[in-house]
Design a protein around this ligand. Structure first.
Ligand code: ZN
Length: 217
């Protein structure tokens, strides 16, 4: 079925008043897509009308890919990145430098750093940042496991690549103090990243420069 997006554009903008006239599956998909971050009802409607104009196999491929990330992706027991195999390729690839561990808040930050092609060491995902107001302290993060890895893997350097915002800074300062007695060099990403921003949204050049300019804490 082909539906012109132009003819429905005004309806999509007024979902409440015209809801009764719009097909149930269309409303249902708009509702599901609207739950995603950065997707409002208007964008959701645009996506649904786009999909209506695409072949069925494309919609099936999208649906399959969404289900596959839930069925086939797990957490690496060593670095807490997301992976199909445990331990993950970041932990097992012999071409990666095992003497450097880059500490990030979330697995999505790894993908931002990998896009720079400026880093080829290991990773460690904290699973969040220290945020007393949200009740998140070191015990809620993979801090203990990081200390254990430093003991067993004996890295030369730990790069603290937490976001350059209040929680990211507090977490980096906490970790720098905690790790200081362990005899490992602790560095922090240099500024050049937008303050209050998100690693995930930084462009490759800014992030690569920040990696190059990392400094001892
Ligand atoms: Zn791993």
């Amino acid at each position: 079925m082909a539906v012109s997006s132009e003819s429905h554009a005004h309806e999509a903008g007024e979902p409440k008043r015209r809801a009764g006239a719009i097909a149930g599956p269309v409303l249902s998909l708009i509702n599901e897509l609207s739950k995603l971050p950065t997707i409002g009802p208007k964008t959701a409607a645009r996506l649904v009308f786009y999909l209506l104009n695409r072949p069925r196999n494309e919609a099936q491929a999208l649906a399959d890919a969404i289900v596959a990330v839930k069925d086939r992706v797990q957490i690496c027991s060593r670095c807490f990145s997301i992976t199909e195999e445990d331990p993950c390729p970041f932990c097992t690839d012999p071409r990666r430098d095992s003497a450097v561990i880059c500490v990030v808040a979330e697995a999505k930050d790894i993908f931002a750093l990998e896009r720079t092609s400026a880093y080829s060491g290991r990773y460690h995902v904290l699973g969040g940042l220290i945020s007393p107001m949200d009740g998140i302290g070191p015990a809620q993060l993979h801090v203990k496991e990081l200390v254990e890895r430093i003991g067993s893997e004996q890295p030369r350097e730990i790069i603290l690549a937490t976001n350059p915002n209040a929680e990211g800074e507090a977490t980096a300062i906490y970790l720098a103090r905690l790790l200081a007695p362990l005899g490992v060099s602790v560095t922090r990403l240099a500024y050049g990243l937008p303050i209050g921003g998100d690693l995930d949204y930084a462009d490759e050049v800014t992030l690569a420069k920040a990696l190059e300019g990392r400094r001892a804490l």
